[in-house]
Design a protein around this ligand. Structure first.
Ligand code: UFG
Length: 329
């Protein structure tokens, strides 16, 4: 039986496909390639190009493969864009998940691991953030991800669809073999943007605000390596296979780094001065986001391998140096 990975040509999806294959899983990937890259998908996985909102397409995929479980990444994921285009997010994220869940129920597939986000919490009341913290998303992105989680909750009750929802903090880094990595166009994430400076693609890094209530005035985030995230998906699948009930887990390193600290580490990894200047705050950025991942560690047995941000940045740097313009497709 196969594991269906939606959005498997995207950043975290493609790394998860590699992780699943390394455990001997049979993998089927669907992706509409709107933001994903065909060449990011391992040739050992069966690939279908198409959109999960297309019921006929899903019928074909579920009809041609014996799907045991789904890992669901296919979604739009830019906070700023979601504020500008909320309806596009409701369409792609919520309607897409409705369409996928309907196909699962119709074909008797009852296990799903879901790619959720720290954006479901909004501005936290306290850090580290536990899964029991209130959810007050501050963007259509976070709002639709929370609604997708709730859709699964109701589907569990009505149809016995078991889910594990993984709320990631700041995903970063690249596969250590350097063959796959991060490639968003346009790029909005801190580490790849910083690395554009030593690559000669940008003069300097702009720091979005240095007047936050933190030690050096810049925002603090919890950076977690993409292969550690990928491994958590495999563990979540084992959790569902063992017959456990549906659950939600945070995934983060539990350690916060400020924007200035990340830049400093990137300087030492790349041996480049990386000039930085301060620009205005970006709307909607909370000052501090740090995960408590105790639950994932104790219940799923998750043990992140990459606990050093310098090493994480090095994996990203290896990827970007070898692929300065990202994927060719
Ligand atoms: N930043 C800069 N300059 C840049 C880019 C980012 O200073 O050029 C800062 C941001 O202001 C933020 C930090 O670097 O303080 C990290 O920014 P990212 O855009 O890399 O990541 P975010 O923390 O904004 O986003 C992450 C996830 C989202 C999730 C969000 C929840 O990537 O999926 O946290 O708030 F929705």
């Amino acid at each position: 039986m196969a594991i269906l990975v939606t959005g498997g040509a995207g950043y975290i999806g493609s790394h998860t496909v590699v992780e699943l294959l390394s455990h001997g899983e049979q993998v089927v990937v669907v992706d509409n390639l709107r933001t994903g890259h065909r060449s990011a998908v391992s040739s050992a996985a069966r690939f279908y190009e198409g959109d999960i909102r297309d019921a006929a397409f899903l019928k074909k995929v579920f009809g041609e493969n014996e799907i045991e479980a789904v890992i669901h990444f296919a979604a739009s994921s830019l906070v700023g864009e979601s504020v500008q285009q909320p309806l596009a997010y409701y369409d792609n994220n919520l309607f897409g998940t409705y369409s996928l869940s309907s196909a699962m129920v119709e074909h008797g597939v009852h296990k799903i691991v879901f790619s959720s986000t720290a954006a479901t919490y909004g501005e936290p009341e306290r850090v580290p953030i536990e899964e029991t913290a209130p959810t007050h998303p501050e963007s259509p992105y976070g709002e639709t991800k929370l609604a997708m989680e709730n859709m699964f909750r109701w589907c569990d009750r009505a149809y016995g669809l078991k889910f594990v929802s993984l709320r990631y903090f700041n995903a970063c880094g690249a596969h250590p073999d350097g063959l796959i990595g991060e490639d968003h166009k346009p790029e909005s994430h801190l580490i790849p943007i910083i690395l554009q400076v030593p690559l000669g693609q940008r003069e300097a890094i702009g720091i979005y605000g240095d007047d936050y209530p933190t030690e050096d005035g810049t925002c603090i985030r919890d950076y977690v390596h993409v292969m550690d995230l990928a491994n958590a998906h495999w563990l979540a699948l084992q959790h569902l296979r063992a017959g456990h009930s549906s659950n939600v887990f945070n995934l983060g390193s539990g350690t916060g780094f400020s924007v200035k600290q990340v830049i400093e580490l990137a300087r030492s990894v790349t041996e480049h001065p990386i000039p930085a200047n301060v620009s205005p705050r970006r709307a909607g950025d909370p000052a501090v986001l740090i995960a408590s991942s105790d639950k994932a560690r104790s219940v799923l047995g998750w043990q992140p391998k990459y606990d050093d941000l310098g090493t994480i940045i090095r994996t990203a740097w290896n990827w970007h140096q070898a692929h300065p313009d990202g994927y060719s497709d």
